[in-house]
Design a protein around this ligand. Structure first.
Ligand SMILES: [Zn+2]
Length: 354
């Protein structure tokens, strides 16, 4: 097979298997090619040194990068017309001691997810929709990278825009999907357009709903809380590790306990578990590239507006409000329903305490 065909087959194959990224790494033995499937890297092919080098050259050519430059990182994009895929592919190269490393990011999912496609438990969807119907307040999401926060936010935006006809402005880093009817902005740190500065300006655009990709400084936190108290629904992510961690982090950024307790509507902490392949039920087949898994299901714990939450935020010594369900319990339920394995649950949550 010639190199151009080899490369387009690789890209189309990745798309067909719903890979989110393709990793190509030059080693002294050759080129190792892996797909990120449902969050995990799986090696799918190795090529000899010479073929590998020509594949790298072809990808750089398609992404309009300098093909002779291999000692400095470069960023580019392969347009869908050139790749034969249904979407553009972002290409990033990086020099390593054993040769170049290329990561190709496929923006998976052309359509914005709707709630039914997120596979939340009905009670979780109901709680989230109830919060989204409020005219103002703060909805916070937490979870590590790849835990599905962005999908939850996009499904929420789609609901707010389509069903409730809300005027929505987002500040994201980066914009991963363009949603019809939503005003989306990308942070540009180098130009001084940070989450904090964008959030301040965006409020003058008279939004009903404000989405802040991530609260990571005091100024953004204060803007978010103030906006939520002055008639805006604010949706944001924040690193916290747990629902209670989110409250602590927010209080560190903005110590106004009263304002935070008044504005908080809902905190969601989520993870994604890989679910058994529906074609082989975990026993590994061609369709799941012999991993046994295909697709992912979220597990969620949440805290929603209540008197005990408000008391806890206002008073350090008040009892900690209890979660309705913990992440671990949600995961164990899925294991007992035979939707995933306990190995997968341990991979995501760590080993259970002995
Ligand atoms: Zn399978």
């Amino acid at each position: 097979m010639d190199i151009p065909s080899l490369v387009s087959e690789l890209l189309q194959n990745a798309e067909r298997h719903r890979a989110s990224d393709i990793h190509l790494h030059q080693t002294p033995q050759g080129l190792s090619i892996s797909f990120r499937l449902d969050g995990l890297l799986t090696e799918v092919k190795t090529l000899d040194l010479e073929t590998g080098e020509r594949v790298i050259g072809r990808i750089k050519y398609l992404a309009r990068l300098k093909t002779y430059q291999s000692s400095l990182p470069q960023d580019g994009r392969i347009e869908k017309a050139a790749s034969g895929t249904s979407q553009d592919i972002r290409v990033s190269t990086y020099p390593t001691v054993t040769g170049e490393k290329l990561v190709l990011r496929l923006f998976s999912g052309l359509s914005t997810p709707v709630f039914e496609e997120l596979h939340f438990k009905p009670s979780v969807t109901e709680t989230l929709l109830q919060a989204l119907r409020q005219p103002s307040g703060l909805i916070l999401l937490t979870g590590p990278a790849g835990s599905g926060k962005t999908s939850t936010i996009y499904a929420s935006l789609s609901f707010l825009s389509k069903n409730l006809k809300k005027q929505i402005v987002t500040i994201e880093d980066p914009v991963e999907q363009v949603i019809p009817g939503v005003t989306q902005t990308e942070v540009k740190e180098l130009l001084g357009l940070t989450f904090a500065s964008a959030a301040k300006h965006v409020l003058r655009q008279d939004p009903e709903v404000l989405v802040i990709g991530e609260i990571r400084d005091e100024e953004t936190a204060r803007t978010a809380v103030r906006a939520a108290l002055t008639g805006h629904l604010v949706i944001a992510t924040l690193h916290g590790g747990s629902c209670h961690g989110v409250i602590e982090r927010l209080l560190n950024f903005d110590p106004d306990r009263h304002a935070i307790s008044q504005s908080l509507l809902l905190i969601i902490n989520q993870r994604l578990l890989r679910s058994f392949c529906p074609h082989c039920h975990g026993s590994k087949c061609e369709r799941c590239l012999h991993t046994g898994y295909l697709g992912r299901i979220p597990i969620v714990e949440l805290l929603h507006k209540s008197e005990s939450l408000a008391r806890y935020v206002q008073d350090r010594n008040a009892p900690i409000p209890e979660l309705k369900q913990t992440l671990l319990k949600a995961g164990q339920d899925l294991v007992s329903q035979n939707k995933t394995s306990s190995v997968e649950l341990s991979r995501v949550m760590g080993d259970p305490p002995q």
